[in-house]
Design a protein around this ligand. Structure first.
Ligand code: WTA
Length: 646
């Protein structure tokens, strides 16, 4: 975050208490919930678990052998049963579970009964292909109901899913399939994005050339004749043909609380993405509780979380959290500016969305596009707004509140991570006084703290979590050591989030962005090392250093400093080629915004690249401390070169 905004943020003292009518009708009204949960955290979480269905009740709520946690130990349950079957006996049977709009404008609704049937049939289809409990299934799909159906089908039979965001390239898909050793891939002939077809099946074909674990690929027909993929005999089969022959009942597996529910790959501080492991019981309870309390869900609400299911926000708050609560969840396939910049507001008005959850990067884009777009539509159905993914600057917060929320909707700024599984810091909208730019307080039952370098509680420093919570990651797939060193070693026995944070006199948390080499770019999580590896993979590149440069809309722009091999010439064509190379290795979300060729990179005497100085250069600031540099002339020359190139 730029220093100027940070300063403004810390001076922010506006307060917005919950409007009286909101408070009176809120799911949670009594501020004592915080104290009560703090007195007995286990009882607090248990009270949510008791509202769900268990084939066998847990024996103990928590078993904590740091850093290994087990929740609802000995319990047996099933996420798909809790999301679906549990709602079929009462009045929700014919309630809309998923309301979907395709980018070209098609509409579909699936009631709980219909969704249940589709999930059962697909689960039977997976079984026909030999998928057993414990087998991983990779899903590389557009935002269509079939993605949710496939996830729930996997959950039903106990086959962990690994959803790969549709914007990832063939190579990124291949690496993730190979890491998880998935047996089956579920994909589609394509998806719509800004009027064009995203060639998912073509990417999948390329990926599968190097993915020996995959036995079968199931292809959902989303596009039809515009796509016409080539189906490889013996490997590929159509979704519709597979499900057509399946019965519409499939027994839910009574899974152990700690059986793996899914893997989700995310970027860390090394070049290799890590498969975050989430298990069944605790994740279910955490998603159920936070969706209900943070989003103040009422039976009649239409809930729209705009995240792609390829990210954790989509897992927890498009699919699992809303369905566990028997809510109606809206899914939209495409871009917010297609065919025009009011697509989101058209959708809000058309269906009467009540709770709307999006990312600051989107809000800043809406601001830039101008208030005439939302102003064209009556948005009075909205009653609560949410934000997630990066710090929200007070200016965007106020705009969101006024222009989208009509000054009447509370905003829940929710902090969490792929690793945490569900929201950990957020207002409770019927209780909390809001301050623009602050995620306010830890959710009841969550022991978050801010610590200094030594791990002592402080007003400013790093955000940590002091005790386990139900949805926490259980590990990194195939790399138990990395789990320990990444999250639990910096401050022994305490979970290190990687985020900077400040706590004000009222105990409010102000998140200040990442303190490591993880970048948030338009809400997508990337690692600088991953982009560097992609660049170095190109035959002309000797070395590279990637940094994030504060960006008005995207939070970070990607800036790459590159040194070329031997006598390779630095040309504009090569620059384009390198950008395309990163897209090929990772996907268009990682395309560098700027590349600067340089003869050398600033390094310490021990050979470490000093990224801090590169950041100073990119931000046009005076250079910080250069005394540890091996050669100070390098950085001065680079600074001049960068300024010239701008
Ligand atoms: C950032 C997304 C400030 C943070 C759910 C975290 C936030 C990273 C907020 C995780 C917020 C998420 N305020 N920063 N409300 N929410 N972050 O894994 O840096 O994609 O560590 O999970 O996003 O990103 P991830």
């Amino acid at each position: 975050m730029a220093e100027k905004t940070l300063e403004a943020l810390l001076k922010e003292d506006r307060h917005f208490p919950p409007p009286q009518d909101f408070r009176e009708r809120a799911v949670v009204r009594d501020p004592k919930v915080y104290e009560q949960a703090a007195q007995d955290r286990l009882k607090f979480w248990e009270s949510f678990a008791q509202q769900l269905h268990w084939f066998k009740k847990w024996e103990r709520v928590l078993e904590w052998n740091p850093p290994l946690a087990q929740w609802f130990v000995g319990g047996r349950t099933n996420l798909s049963f809790n999301c679906l079957d549990r709602h079929l006996t009462g009045s929700r049977r014919n309630k809309t579970a998923i309301l979907w709009e395709g980018e070209p404008g098609e509409e579909r609704t699936l009631t709980y009964a219909q969704l249940h049937r589709e999930v059962c049939r697909f689960a039977n289809g997976l079984k026909e292909l030999g998928v057993c409990r414990g087998d991983r299934v990779t899903l590389y799909m557009p935002m269509v109901p079939e993605l949710a159906i496939a996830m729930l089908a996997c959950a039903r039979i106990g086959a962990p899913h690994s959803v790969i965001f549709g914007g990832f390239s063939a190579e990124a898909l291949r690496d993730r399939i190979n890491d998880s050793k998935s047996k089956v891939l579920v994909t589609a002939d394509g998806g719509w994005r800004r009027g064009a077809v995203v060639p998912l099946k073509r990417n999948a074909d390329e990926a599968l050339e190097g993915s020996p674990s995959i036995e079968k690929a199931i292809v959902f027909q989303r596009i039809g004749t515009d796509a016409s993929p080539i189906m490889k005999p013996g490997r590929d089969l159509w979704w519709h043909e597979l499900v057509a022959r399946q019965p519409d009942w499939c027994d839910p597996e009574p899974l152990d609380s700690e059986e793996m529910l899914y893997l989700l790959y995310t970027s860390g501080t090394t070049g290799k993405p890590k498969g975050i492991i989430h298990t069944t019981g605790g994740y279910m309870v955490g998603c159920f509780a936070t969706t209900q309390w943070v989003f103040d869900l009422k039976e009649e609400d239409l809930f729209w979380c705009t995240a792609d299911i390829g990210w954790v926000t989509g897992h927890s708050y498009v699919v699992y959290g809303p369905l566990l609560n028997g809510a109606t969840t809206l899914m939209y396939e495409g871009a917010p500016d297609f065919p025009a910049k009011d697509r989101f507001w058209t959708i809000v008005k058309k269906y009467g969305v009540n709770v709307f959850y999006t990312a600051p990067t989107a809000i800043r884009a809406f601001m830039k596009w101008g208030e005439e777009w939302p102003k064209k539509h009556n948005l009075s159905s909205l009653r609560l707004l949410g934000s997630v993914g990066e710090p929200i600057n007070p200016e965007a917060w106020i705009w969101y509140r006024q222009t989208i929320g009509g000054g009447r909707c509370p905003i829940v700024d929710t902090w969490w991570q792929t690793e945490t599984g569900h929201i950990l810091i957020s207002p409770l909208p019927g209780i909390t006084d809001l301050k623009p730019g602050s995620a306010t307080r830890p959710f009841p039952g969550i022991e978050a703290d801010v610590v200094d370098d030594k791990g002592n509680s402080a007003d400013a420093g790093y955000l940590v979590i002091r005790s386990p919570w139900p949805g926490m990651l259980r590990g990194i797939y195939g790399d138990p050591e990395r789990y320990k060193t990444q999250y639990w070693a910096r401050f022994p026995g305490v979970y290190f989030t990687g985020d900077g944070c400040k706590r004000d006199a009222d105990g409010y948390f102000w998140l200040l962005g990442r303190v490591d080499d993880v970048l948030k770019v338009s809400g997508h999580r990337l690692s600088t090392m991953e982009i560097e590896s992609a660049l170095v993979d190109h035959q002309s590149v000797a070395e590279s250093a990637v940094i994030g440069k504060p960006h008005e809309i995207k939070e970070n722009a990607i800036v790459a400093f590159v040194t070329l091999k031997g006598n390779v010439k630095a040309t504009p064509e090569l620059m384009d080629e390198l950008k395309a190379h990163v897209v090929k290795k990772i996907g268009s979300i990682a395309r560098p915004d700027e590349i600067l060729f340089t003869a050398e990179l600033p390094k310490t005497r021990s050979g470490k690249i000093m990224r801090r100085l590169l950041r100073d250069i990119a931000e046009g600031k005076a250079l910080g401390d250069t005394t540890t540099l091996a050669d100070t002339s390098v950085v001065q020359a680079l600074k001049e070169k960068y300024e010239e190139s701008e």
